[in-house]
Design a protein around this ligand. Structure first.
Ligand SMILES: [Cu+2]
Length: 221
């Protein structure tokens, strides 16, 4: 004989259902490991990997932004690191660790600025409000080039020398991954991929068609 569930049992089951629904998002934290290569399969350092929720997907923003500020040093007439990523409204501090002057500038439409830096000088934070790639140069040393990549994506990181980037603590859901590199061929758009996060670990492999490095020595910029 079938038992009819009592009201208290029904309330208990509803409670369990609510608790498990509430518990799932907090417990879920995925890690995406991105591997970026050039069209010959070689690891591509200094690529920017961004993750944003698919449009229309409600998703909590990351609790703490790791990309609000960055520092670019100048040492031995090289910008270090050659690429930083910050969110829109973030800032970059420029430091001159050389014993000579540098003249840091950007002609990028999204953010124009210039400043002469004496040896040992550290700049005020330079604010970047609009998303986009900002090429940074030195007016005295033409071979010095860096890029500040400004993004509205909630998660973003630059690949290491192995072309690897790890994005931890991601919520479940549908994402759009976007990958940019300073040597993307002219008029090439950043590459995008759909990615669904349903398990604790996901990988993202993207091959970019890029121009050859500008110079054989030093950084590839
Ligand atoms: Cu310089």
């Amino acid at each position: 004989m079938n038992r009819i569930p009592t009201p208290s049992l029904i309330a208990y089951l509803i409670g369990v259902a609510i608790l498990s629904c509430l518990g799932t998002p907090a417990a879920f934290a995925a890690t995406v490991t991105a591997t970026i290569t050039d069209d010959a399969g070689r690891p591509l350092a200094d690529a920017v990997v961004m993750l944003a929720p698919e449009p229309g997907t409600p998703m909590p923003a990351p609790e703490r932004s790791r990309i609000a500020t960055a520092t670019i040093d100048q040492t031995d007439e090289v910008f270090v690191p050659p690429v930083v990523v910050i969110r829109s409204g973030g800032t970059v501090v420029f430091r001159n660790s050389d014993g000579i002057r540098h003249h840091v500038y950007s002609f990028a439409p999204v953010r124009r600025f210039e400043m002469v830096q004496a040896p040992g000088e550290t700049s005020e934070p330079v604010r970047f409000d609009k998303p986009g790639a900002v090429a940074i140069g030195c007016n005295i040393h033409d071979h010095m080039i860096a890029h500040v990549f400004v993004t509205d994506a909630p998660w973003a990181i630059v690949t290491d020398a192995q072309g690897r980037a790890i994005l931890p603590e991601l919520p479940a859901g549908q994402f759009v991954a976007t990958v940019w590199h300073a040597r993307l061929r002219p008029r090439s758009e950043p590459v995008t991929r759909q990615i669904a996060l349903t398990a604790a670990n996901a990988s993202l492999a993207v091959s970019l068609s890029v121009l050859p490095p500008r110079r054989p020595r030093g950084h590839d910029y």
